[in-house]
Design a protein around this ligand. Structure first.
Ligand code: AMP
Length: 112
């Protein structure tokens, strides 16, 4: 079981910023920017690469929720970054799909 599943189940705490029946969002425990929120589906999908056609609406909703959180956190006007890491080379460390919402500072490119 992943640490994110434990957060969904309420077994470990998280600083939640959004929740509905399908999606949960909470602050990253090691923030890489002034605003760093993780948006996750409650359904245990490992990554975008493991999602299927039946997850189409859910994936879209995750992005819409990410945008809503960016507005809620006051980072939308200046711009922000959404990231989803996939697998080892992608830098994924938790095997439960998540979209990072990063903002509040200027982002650099390319990522390291
Ligand atoms: P990734 O490396 O893309 O898989 O991102 C996983 C993220 O989860 C990292 O940025 C971690 O800091 C974050 N993280 C790990 N454990 C927790 C936790 N208990 N609460 C909040 N964020 C966490």
């Amino acid at each position: 079981m992943t640490i994110f599943q434990k957060i969904i189940d309420g077994d470990i705490p998280a600083d939640k910023v959004y929740e509905d029946d399908e999606i949960l969002a909470f602050r990253d425990i090691q923030p890489q920017a002034p605003v760093h929120v993780l948006v996750i589906p409650k359904k245990p999908i490992v990554s975008v690469a493991d999602a299927s056609g039946e997850d189409e609406a859910l994936l879209g909703k995750i992005l819409l929720v990410a945008g809503k959180i960016a507005r809620q956190e006051g980072i939308a006007d200046q711009g922000y970054r959404l990231v989803t890491n996939i697998g080892s080379y992608g830098g994924q460390s938790v095997d439960h799909l998540h979209v990072h919402v990063l903002g509040g500072r200027k982002m650099t490119w390319p990522p390291g």
